[in-house]
Design a protein around this ligand. Sequence first.
Ligand code: WTA
Length: 650
Amino acid sequence: MTNENITSVLTEKRTFAPNTDFINQANLIKKEYERLLWKSGTDFEGFWAELAEKNIFWFKKWEKILEWNEPFSKWFIDGKTNVSYNCLDRHLKDKSNKPALIWIGENKEKRNLTYRELFVEVCKFSNALLKLGVKELDRIVIYMPLIPEAVVAMLACARIGAVHNVVFGGFSKEALADRINDSKAKIVITADGGYRRGQIVPLKTNVDEALKKCSSVEKVIIAQRTKNKIEIKSDRDLWYHELISNLPADNPAKELDSEHPLFILYTSGTTGKPKGILHTTGGYLLWTTITSKWIFDLKDSDVYWCTADIGWITGHSYAVYGPLSCGATVLIYEGAPNYPDWGRFWEIIEENKVNIFYTAPTAIRAFMKTGDEWIKKYDLSSLRLLGSVGEPINPEAWMWYHKNIGKEKCPIVDTWWQTETGGILISPLPGVIVTKPGSATFPLPGIFMSVVDKNGKEVKPDEGGFLVITKPWPAMLRTIYGDDERYKQTYWKRIKNAYFTGDGARKDKEGYFWLLGRVDDVIKVSGHLLSTMEVESSLVSHPFVAEAAVVGYPHDIKGEALCAFVVLKQSANTDHHLFSEELKNHVSKEIGPVAKPDQIKFTESLPKTRSGKIMRRLLRDVASGKQTLGDTTTLEDVSVLEKLRAEEEE
Ligand code: WTA
């Protein structure tokens, strides 16, 4: 972190007000929004009590709302509830035959599970876990493709008070072993394999390899998906379908303490080993439930699709817990957006009449790059709301999403949050807030955030600074699993009396929040701190550019200079040398000479983590080591990919 404030250079003037039809049917309307804001400001605990009472089923009501010993919080003290009960049992009366899950396989298979069917599956599987001796607080690793059994496994753990630790199915055996060992998991639930772009991912084989390094695991449960040949260790391995056959289709949900751990999810740190983010029961459930209702405006008739895998927090909070707790119909899709072709997502929307679609900017930019023909082939008229998550969405991508997918009628909710925050904290409310492309707008009622300098002092409007959260919130992480000290150091020591998000932001004169990316993606050029994201945004606003990543490299005069990695649209047929000059001038014109990249490297693709975040650290190496690397195609180089893998698995 540096002393100076971040110079914010992006100016976006377009605004989009919610339309009357949407307002008239919205779950949250302006008057109620204003009441909630007022209440959270004047009676913080009363605000949370009211929401918890209205939205969650409690076996036993809490005694006290909040215990706050910074940085440790407890919510709804002595309340008893169960996440699985809230996602399943409480819907059985009215929604027993309503589809809870619509699952689409990569090979176009489809399975529907009603609330009743999902309930039965979860009960059976939780009975299986109990039979294997699983106790409350035991850690269970879930390493699976996105199939219904994965969701069942999560809910089954929640039902009996076991703590799940989902490891993304795209992670390697080393990453898996680290996560098993750090959480000392007793059981691993996996599948024989998973499909990814027509290939089989050998999940069970990876588990076999990983377990050579793990001593805590007693049993491995295998769901059948690909039917490829796998080795079975008879004293350790069990087939999912055999295990649940003949088990009772009922199993009362355990009455768990509000602070009972629900899951651990690992997220990569800027340094060192991944952090096991710990979330608990009552507060997390409440916040994912009400944010689903408010932000996605879920209605009983909606088909809701969040494209995230359950290996990420978005998959936890907004493909499973939040929407199921609201009794929604949730679509999940096993495969890649471009398999067998770039029309896949649009085909799924057309066939299933998806109403609400929540995806990531990286996917949106990939779709921009492939052109509009794929979209024009399908009927997207069922869509009524679009969401974005995971990175700043640049205004051009926002506008593209708005025009081509939303057909200028769907509100877009640009949702800012983190694995650590458990649920969305900054987002437009679709029936209330006037949006500005590229801004996530305002913190939600109950959430107190600000943009500060390194001393914790609020910066002036339109000045960049550090994004912090100044009051506890119910879905906040409770700690880093097994490492309270790291939790304190990482989030609470850098800015006084606040949780530091690690992101830069600015508030404009109207109080809108503009996210500027991670602060370690901030570059100082000629005395100005620039957010790489804003320069990227400007590059992407050029009609030939599909995607861009900007990093700094050491420069004799400027301190740091900017290097832009640019992916051109397929339709762009230009002389790279000439176009490079044109692009530099474009940025110079759009933002100012200070932001003009010193170098532009054209590339076919950008190195990304498997969750789609650009690995800027890797690009920084390429940018500063240019003598040895020479040309612009190095990113496709195997050595770069190896590095990328190494970073992911640290
Ligand atoms: C970034 C993903 C801008 C941010 C849910 C945050 C965003 C990090 C947005 C957390 C957004 C997420 N606009 N930036 N709408 N959403 N981010 O833990 O830098 O995978 O700190 O959680 O993603 O990433 P994580």
